[in-house]
Ligand binder design. Sequence first.
Ligand SMILES: [Zn+2]
Length: 80
Amino acid sequence: MGRDLTCKELVELVTGYLDGSVRGRRRRRFEAHIAACDGCTRHLLQMEATIRVTGSLTEEQMTEEQKAVLLTAFRGWSTS
Ligand SMILES: [Zn+2]
């Protein structure tokens, strides 16, 4: 039994999940967390929408500022 992903770990895996680079057991843990966590579900949907608009969004292409914005937004959701 692996430990569950934290919300912060999930945020860091979202781009890899969407581009298919997160596979196997990690992918199943990601999906299990999404199924149980409204905040992360919203984050995933927002990232999917962003990728549709921009064409692609990889971890490498994200600036530190963009990552900080996402993590800040995420913290806002989790305290509501
Ligand atoms: Zn979560």
